[in-house]
Design a protein. Structure first.
Length: 247
C-alpha cells in the first residue's frame, strides 16, 4: 500500500525531500513532539521544564548528525498555504542499511547538506550529560536484530509530527515513504518505537514487534526503566508467506 493511498486531513499537504533551510523547523517540531516522551524527556532532559529552549540543542545535534550520513534521506511533510508558502509540519529520517547494490545507490546519490549555521550555544542545561549518549550505549544489546540478512533494510531513525496536527495523516505518510521503498526493493524495514506508538506503526504497515531496546542484563535503558523502545519489522512478502525474524 503506497503513501498516496492515505488521504490526509491537512489541506494541501505533501511530502518532499528536506532542504537545509528546513532544519530549524524540524528541530522545533522534534523538541515539541518529544518533550514529554519518556526517553527524550524524563531520562535525557530531566531539567527541560527549567530550560525548555535548550532541548533544541540536542535535536540540532541529532538532525545534523543524521543528515550528514550518506545512507540517510531526510523527508518533510509540508502544508502549502494559499500564498504558496510551505509550512513544515513533520519530518522523517530514513536510513538505507546494508551493503547491497540498493544501499550503494543511495550512498552514491546522497547530497551533502553543507555546513550548518553555528549554534548560539551547545551547552544543553536541560540534559543530563551522562544520559545524552544512552541510546548509543545500549545499541550492543539489540544489534542482533539487525544481523545477517536483517542488516539489509530501511530503518526509520526519526519520525516526528507537529503536535498541533497530530493524528491527521502526516505521520502515516512519512512512515509509508520508507515502507514503500522497502516493498519496492523486496527488503525489510525496521523502527525503534517511542512510548505508546507501537499500534501506530503496525497500522502503517509494520508487521511485528520482535524485541525491545531495553532488553539485556546491564542495558542502561533497562537500568533507567525507559518506557517504549519496541523494535518493529516489516517483513519481506513473497506472495505465499511472511518471514519471521530468527532471534
Amino acid at each position: 500500500m503506497s503513501a498516496s493511498t492515505y488521504l490526509s486531513k491537512i489541506p494541501n499537504m505533501h511530502l518532499r525531500l528536506a532542504n537545509p533551510s528546513d532544519e530549524a523547523a524540524i528541530v522545533n517540531i522534534c523538541a515539541r513532539a518529544f518533550i514529554e516522551e519518556d526517553l527524550f524527556g524524563r531520562v535525557i532532559h530531566p531539567h527541560r521544564a527549567q530550560y525548555p529552549d535548550d532541548v533544541k540543542i540536542f535535536w540540532h545535534e541529532w538532525v545534523r548528525a543524521d543528515w550528514s550520513n550518506p545512507r540517510n534521506t531526510v523527508i518533510v511533510a509540508v502544508s502549502t498555504t494559499s500564498n504558496q508558502q510551505d509550512n513544515v509540519i513533520g519530518a522523517a529520517i530514513w536510513q538505507r542499511q546494508g551493503d547491497d547494490a540498493g544501499a550503494q545507490e543511495i550512498i552514491a546519490g546522497w547530497t551533502d547538506p553543507g555546513t550548518f549555521p553555528v549554534l548560539p550555544s551547545t551547552h544543553n542545561r536541560a540534559a543530563d550529560p551522562l544520559k545524552k549518549e544512552i541510546l548509543a550505549q545500549a545499541a550492543s544489546f539489540t544489534k542482533h536484530y539487525w544481523a545477517g540478512p536483517y542488516a539489509t533494510n530501511w530503518y526509520l531513525s526519526l519520525c516526528c509530527v507537529d503536535p498541533d496536527v497530530k493524528g491527521r495523516g502526516a505521520g502515516r505518510l512519512l512512515v509509508r515513504w520508507g515502507l514503500d521503498r522497502a516493498e519496492e526493493e523486496g527488503i525489510r524495514a525496521s523502527v525503534m518505537a517511542s512510548e505508546g506508538s507501537d499500534g501506530f506503526y503496525l497500522k502503517c504497515g509494520f508487521d511485528e514487534v520482535v524485541g525491545n531496546a531495553s532488553e539485556g542484563e546491564g542495558n542502561p535503558l533497562r537500568k533507567e526503566g525507559v518506557k517504549g523502545g519496541s523494535i518493529l519489522f516489516m517483513w519481506v512478502k513473497d506472495g505465499k508467506a511472511i518471514e519471521r525474524v530468527a532471534v
